[in-house]
Design a protein. Sequence first.
Length: 210
Amino acid sequence: MRLILLGAPGAGKGTQAEILSRLLNVPTISTGNILRAAMKNGTPVGLQAKAYVESGKLVPDDVIIGIIEERLAQPDCANGYILDGVPRTIPQAEAMEAKGIGVDCALSIEVEDDVIVRRMGGRRTCRDCSQTFHVENNPPKVEGFCDFCGGELTIRKDDAPETVMARLETYHKETEPLKAFYEARGKLKSVENQPSIEATTAAITKALGI
């Protein structure tokens, strides 16, 4: 299955992508993780991306599509993949189509803005491996430290309330129109916000028929 996850920042796309990756046995391609690694390593692309991310703006299309195209050419994507964080705009979606990057389904996770702001305020990200946790919904086993590598958990600048509001504004303007884009192609499925990660997963697997 070739799947795109849509939804506002903080809707739970990354968490659900990891779960679906295990269920479907296909890799998750997260542009956020790829870009954060580049920013942490101080690469030219990473430094360029950092200015955009920290101001709540979108990273330029040519950077995003190039990263994705290279990643999808790797052997582990032969049987499918899950795209988390791309496309973010209709031009990106059109560019992906033009390059033959196929999609079977675009799944939209629907969450209200006020819920997003509260949720992202509790998010913590590992300084070393970029794994994410939440103080209420998905807490680490040891407070302040990553379950996977033991790294220190931090609050990312783009999870601060003022940045979240800017990102939501950008989402509604730039990314939400993708729902109509994929609906017109008969590929959109939507799942309403659920009270837990497990309930959201159950709603998604039902929608996808897996």
